[in-house]
Design a protein around this ligand. Structure first.
Ligand code: COA
Length: 261
């Protein structure tokens, strides 16, 4: 697919940088832009040379200022449901890539923008970022997973505070409540995101995938079944060449060279 509203570039380390590129509309997500994102996430999932992704917004003002309100205003109930489902599916794909992803939140992350950030593995924010779910101010509710992921990330009380007030919080407050993992100066945001990914990518790739999957599955199936899933995944990790290399390298007092096998 040729992209007109996002940019996609993969670097030599296997990090795909996906930039929502509609700065004149503060990177608002049109339906066609969400389709481009979906295609980009499929590329990240499918290309073995790509090992991680960073999602960010073009310009220095917005990550993504929400779904496109002009489009939303014209949707019938049936169309709105489809619109929500398509966005949910795209973001779920991002969440279940089996590879780590970073939301580099470089400004406003509102509505669908915060929902996009929450589907990433971690969120790093620039100092000017503002994050919120303002949908109730527009007479609607979040439709790209906000009512589900926000309470999982920050707890029910804080999630409801944000969802019901529609007010945005500062980057510092988002950090305090665990909505973002770190706050850094805007000029350092991509560098910080890349260096975190480099640290993660030095670890065994199959183990990373199994951790991501175990946490994702475990959060939905409860402790008992989650533990069983973890034990099975642990068993799979023990069958990898990377396990042999990782344990041997430790015993031989050297750095491991993981093959992802
Ligand atoms: N959908 C469509 N267009 C949007 C948008 C959105 N979610 N957010 C911003 N834009 C557009 C504006 O309409 C404006 O377009 P125009 O220049 O053609 O008039 C442009 O982006 C710049 O936005 P503007 O509102 O002028 O910038 P600002 O600095 O004054 O305010 C915000 C920034 C983020 C506070 C404000 O744009 C805003 O409240 N946006 C909507 C946020 C929202 O409710 N998102 C959830 C949607 S479900």
């Amino acid at each position: 697919m040729a992209y007109s509203q996002i940019l996609f570039e993969a670097d030599e380390h296997g990090i795909a940088l996906i930039t929502v590129n509609r700065p004149e509309k503060l990177n608002a997500l049109s339906g066609s832009l969400v389709a481009e994102l979906r295609d980009a996430f499929e590329r990240v999932a499918g290309e073995s040379a790509i090992r991680a992704a960073i999602v960010t917004g073009a310009g220095d003002k917005a990550f993504v200022a929400g779904a496109d309100i002009k489009e939303l205003a014209a949707l019938s109930a049936i169309e709105a449901r489809q619109y929500a489902l398509r966005g949910q599916q795209a973001f779920r794909l991002l969440e279940t890539l089996g590879k780590p992803s970073v939301a580099a939140v470089n400004g406003y992350a509102l509505g669908g923008g915060l929902e996009l950030a929450m589907a990433c593995t971690v969120r790093f924010a620039s100092e000017n970022a503002r994050l919120g779910q303002p949908e109730v101010k527009l007479g609607i509710i979040p439709g790209y997973g906000g009512t589900q992921r926000l309470p999982r990330l920050v707890g029910r009380g804080r999630a409801l505070e944000l969802l019901l007030s529609g007010e945005a919080v500062t980057a510092a407050e988002a950090h305090r409540i665990g909505l973002v993992n770190a706050v850094v100066p805007q000029a350092e945001l991509l560098g910080h995101s890349r260096s975190w990914l480099h640290k993660v990518m030095a670890n065994a790739p199959l183990a990373l995938g199994l951790v991501l999957e175990s946490v994702d599955v475990g959060l939905d199936i409860g402790l008992e079944a989650g533990m069983r899933f973890e034990a099975a995944a642990f068993g799979i990790s023990a069958a990898t060449e990377d396990r042999r290399e990782g344990t041997r390298a430790f015993l031989e007092k050297r750095s491991p060279a993981f093959a992802g096998k």
